[in-house]
Structure formats: C-alpha cells, structure tokens
Design a protein around this ligand. Structure first.
Ligand SMILES: Cc1cc2nc3c(=O)[nH]c(=O)nc-3n(C[C@H](O)[C@H](O)[C@H](O)COP(=O)(O)OP(=O)(O)OC[C@H]3O[C@@H](n4cnc5c(N)ncnc54)[C@H](O)[C@@H]3O)c2cc1C
Ligand SMILES: NC(=O)c1ccc[n+]([C@@H]2O[C@H](COP(=O)([O-])OP(=O)(O)OC[C@H]3O[C@@H](n4cnc5c(N)ncnc54)[C@H](O)[C@@H]3O)[C@@H](O)[C@H]2O)c1
Length: 466
C-alpha cells in the first residue's frame, strides 16, 4: 500500500501532458511529488482530444480514399460508415496509446505518489482537499487542470454535443451543425463531411481558423465550400437550439442582420476551451481567474509565487507540445527557484482537415506588423512533383523571413503532410538555419518536404527591399 505523506515539496493538480511532464521533472530534481488526478491519467489529449480526433481523421481519410479508388482501377463498393465500429476503433486506439504512455507506472518508478480520490480544491494557498476528504499540503503547487469545452449560454444549449462527447452520439448524424471553426471545430467539420453527413459550420469570426495565417483560412474554407460544406463565418450570433417535431434540433442564429434557422440531427458546440477552474477554490489561495484562464508570468508563476499555472490552465498556447515544455520549466522554477522560460515562438501546430493545415512562428500580418519589409514566398503544391504524383495538388507552403534572409520568421502550409512539412521548417528555425542554407539542403525525391527547398530558393530570388 502506498505510504502517502501529509506534506510534499510539490503537488501537481492534473495528470495531463502538463502535469505529467511537471511531476516527472520535479521528481528528477529530487523533490517529493504528489499528483492529484480526478479522472483518467493522460488528460484531454489522449482520452478525448488529440488521439480520438486523429483516429477519426484517419477514418475520414480512409473513406475519402476508398471513394476515389476506382480512379486507380481499384473497384470497391460505395463505402459507408458503421458508426459503432468507428467508435469502437477510436476507443481501442486510445487504449493502445494509453498503454504505451504508462503515466501511472512512470510516476511509480519515479517515486511520485498518484492519488485518485476525486477533484482537488484549494483550502488555502498551501493546502488542497480532495473529494475523499484527504488534505495535502505542499511547498509549491502546480495547477495543471487543463480546460473543458464551453456551452454557449443560450436556450437549448444542453441539446448540443460538445467535442469530448462526439463519440457518444447514438448514430452518425445525417445533418450536422458545427458551431465554432477553430482547430477543434474545423477538424470535426472534415470528419463528418467525409463520413457523408451534410455539414454547416458557423462562426462569429470573419474566417475559419482565425488564429492561422489568413492564407491558411482561405484555402481551408475554399476546400470546405468545394466539398459542399455550408460555411457561415462572420455571423452575428447563435440564439437558440430547440427540439424539432421530427426529433432533430432547430438551430436559430443571426446573420447579416437577419434571423435564420435550420434543422440538424446533431449540433456540435466547439466554441472555446476555458480552464477547468470553476470549483478549484482559487479564491481561497488568492489566485485570480481572468477571461477563463489563470494568468501566469513568463515563468508560470501566478500572483502567488509558489503556485504555478501550466498548460491549458494558463490559456496561453493550448497545445500538447506547449503543455509539456511549460510543465518541465515550471517544475524547475518551483524546485530550484529558477527562472526558466519556454520558446513559445517555436510551436508548430496543425490539424487534419481535408486538406491538412499547419503553421509555426509569425503569421504574415504579424511579421509585417513588426517589419513591413519582411520577405514572403509561397510555393503551390501543384509545382511539387510528389503532390502531383499523389493527386494532392491543392495546397502550398508559405515561408516568411527577415529582409536579410537570416531568420525564418514563420511558415504556413496547407495540403498533404502539411504538419510534417512544417515540422521540418521548425527544426531549421530551432537550429537558426538561414534561408540560403535551407535553400541548399538536399531533399529526397519525390517528397512533400522538397517544397521547403523550393520556397527557400523563391525567398532568395526576391529582390532585396528598397
Ligand atoms: C478535440 C481536441 C483535439 C486536440 N488536438 C490536439 C492536437 O492534435 N495537438 C495538440 O497539440 N493539442 C491538441 N489539443 C489540445 C490538447 O489536448 C491540450 O492542449 C492538452 O491536453 C493540454 O494539456 P494539460 O495537461 O494542460 O491539460 P489536460 O490534458 O486537459 O489535463 C488536465 C487534467 O487535469 C485533471 N483535473 C482537472 N481539474 C482537476 C482537479 N480539480 N483535481 C484533480 N484533477 C483535475 C483532468 O481530469 C485532466 O486529466 C486538442 C484538444 C481538443 C479538445
Ligand atoms: N490540432 C490542434 O493542434 C488542436 C486541436 C484542437 C484544439 N486545439 C487547441 O485547443 C484550444 C481550443 O480550441 P477550440 O477550437 O476548441 O476553441 P477556439 O477558442 O480556438 O475556437 C472557438 C471558435 O468558436 C467561435 N465562437 C465562439 N463563440 C461563438 C458563438 N457564440 N457563435 C459562433 N462561434 C463562436 C470562435 O470565434 C472561435 O473561432 C485552442 O487553443 C486550440 O489551438 C488544438
């Protein structure tokens, strides 16, 4: 039986990517560490986020490829989705990924106590109380609680499905509305459209994937329209959901000053990701919440210096790769009293729509705001042999560099393997590779990453700014 203590050097609330990385690093530095997890270890990413979404994206890819197989002389019957099997496959892959991550075993091997006794809440700035009643005190507390989806505060919101519960839909919906065209919503749009559902996507923002480079938003939205997805961006607001007489859901929204409504079998609300702070008792610890997240400084310290907010909880870069390096840095700052920061400008990210998209670094508007003379080159996938060979000509890579072409400031891609292409550019950026070195790298033939060399050479060909 585990011999739990009353006091630890470090208490970590949440065993997602942030909490796991933080706890392992703190233990490596010699701290006594406890991890308090209310649900399954692994957090959003593996249980309800990235991993299930990626399995759905693979399923979507399979059905699209099967539909086109006859072009290659492969004769197959028109494919359809067996929803129960699709859901079972997602769950099976999630379990398999969980089995290789082995968080609980790694904690045990590192001497970390993992306590599963419900949710943790602050009683004061050094004391946490679990649902079971157990009290834990710690010299440093790392809040790694992640977030949860947001239901709009409108009548009938309870009829909507939030992204974490998409797999609980009883059957594949014929008509789907996705509210919110961020990373989560856009990917679900592609999944359901590929599965054969009629999809409408609505967003208050003027374009899909609003934080991405505008060229990415434009390309993904054009592809959606070509796939007969009803794209409604820049709407004035969503008003209500109501049960329709046929058992469906009537969604009412305002657009261009007029009220509109339509019926759907499922309405998915992918409208944001507030931190999971509602019942955390933060006020008892003197920690504030601003715009649904816990403000933290560059070293992840909250206003209370021995309490840190890490990963999705601080609302900064809600990505696994950010959560992990923030967790490690925060652990070092907590245990060693260090001031370690993290390289947030080098965070590649993307999603599996049709076509895929990805980006790293500054968008073109951000780069131009800093220096209007920055140089930009875009190479279309239709000029890349491998993309033509594979019939994947839709897409591009955009590279942005400083006027002297010494630094790559950003890279944005749409198309097949966009994320892998962007990852290679990220490696070059992390290594401080200048554009002429990148232009001279040899790329294997025929590859998608060859587009990187082409874009680098295109950047060099541009006239220097006057
Ligand atoms: C649909 C979807 C797809 C995504 N796809 C990607 C992707 O492809 N790539 C990517 O980089 N990111 C993706 N993300 C984002 C990614 O999942 C998050 O950025 C990441 O999981 C954040 O890690 P975290 O440790 O901060 O929080 P979480 O992973 O959310 O973990 C928080 C943990 O804290 C626990 N907890 C919360 N409150 C308490 C409490 N009071 N007491 C005890 N335990 C508590 C929770 O149970 C949970 O296990 C996706 C997100 C979603 C929703
Ligand atoms: N592949 C990935 O890397 C990945 C995947 C999913 C999520 N994430 C991350 O998780 C976080 C949450 O992502 P998300 O997509 O769930 O949320 P988000 O906040 O990024 O996007 C929510 C979208 O909903 C829209 N919206 C909000 N209120 C609305 C309303 N009333 N009516 C219509 N539209 C409305 C917003 O304009 C926005 O476009 C983000 O930081 C994201 O980067 C990453």
């Amino acid at each position: 039986m585990t011999d739990y203590r009353d006091h630890y050097d470090v208490a970590v609330i949440g065993a997602g990517p942030a909490g796991t990385a933080a706890a392992l690093r703190a233990a490596e530095l010699g701290a006594s560490v406890v991890v308090l997890e209310a649900e399954r270890v692994g957090g959003t990413c593996v249980n309800t986020g990235c991993v299930p979404t990626r399995v759905l994206a693979k399923t979507a890819r399979l059905i699209r490829e099967t539909r086109n197989a006859d072009v290659y002389g492969v004769e197959v019957a028109a494919p359809t989705i067996d929803w129960a099997t699709t859901v079972a496959r997602v769950r099976q892959r999630v379990d398999r990924v969980r089995s290789i991550k082995r968080e609980a075993e790694r904690f045990a091997e590192a001497g970390i106590h993992l306590i599963h006794e419900g949710r943790a809440r602050f009683a004061d700035d050094s004391t946490l109380v679990l649902d079971s009643g157990r009290r834990i005190t710690a010299s440093s507390i790392l809040i790694c609680v992640g977030g949860h989806s947001r239901r709009l505060p409108i009548p009938g919101a309870e009829l909507a499905t939030v992204p974490e519960h998409v797999l609980d839909l009883p059957s594949l919906p014929r008509r789907v509305a996705v509210i919110g065209a961020g990373n989560t919503g856009a990917q679900l749009v592609t999944v359901f459209s590929s599965f054969g559902s009629e999809v409408t996507v609505l967003d208050l923002a003027p374009r899909v994937l609003m934080p991405s480079d505008p060229s990415v938003s434009e390309a993904v939205a054009s592809a959606f329209v070509a796939q007969r997805i009803d794209v409604r961006t820049g709407i004035d607001g969503v008003d209500s959901l109501a049960r329709a007489s046929d058992g469906g859901i009537t969604l009412t929204w305002r657009e261009a000053g007029a009220a509109r409504s339509s019926e759907f079998d499922a309405v998915i609300m992918a409208t944001g990701w507030p931190a999971d702070v509602e019942d955390l008792g933060l006020e008892k610890a003197g920690v504030e919440v601003v715009r649904s997240a816990i403000p933290a400084d560059a070293y992840f310290r909250t206003a209370v210096p021995h309490i840190f907010a890490v990963g999705d909880a601080n609302g900064r870069d809600m990505l696994v790769q950010a959560a992990q390096f923030e967790g490690e840095a925060a652990a070092e700052n907590a245990v060693l009293g260090a001031n370690r920061r993290t390289p947030h400008h080098l965070l590649p990210a993307g999603g599996f729509t049709d076509p895929d998209y990805a980006g790293v670094g500054l968008t073109e508007p951000e780069a131009r705001e800093r220096d209007i003379t920055c140089v930009v080159a875009t190479v279309q996938f239709s000029a890349v042999d491998r993309a033509v060979i594979d019939d994947r000509e839709t897409g591009f890579l955009k590279l942005i560099a400083d006027p002297r072409r010494e630094l790559i400031l950003g890279a944005h891609a749409v198309g097949e393997n966009a994320i892998e292409v962007i990852q290679s550019v990220t490696t070059a950026m992390a290594a401080g590779v200048d554009v002429s070195t990148l232009a001279n790298v040899r790329f294997a033939y025929p590859t998608y990453s060859a587009v990187i060399g082409m874009a680098a050479r295109a950047l060099l060909r541009q006239a220097p700014p006057a």
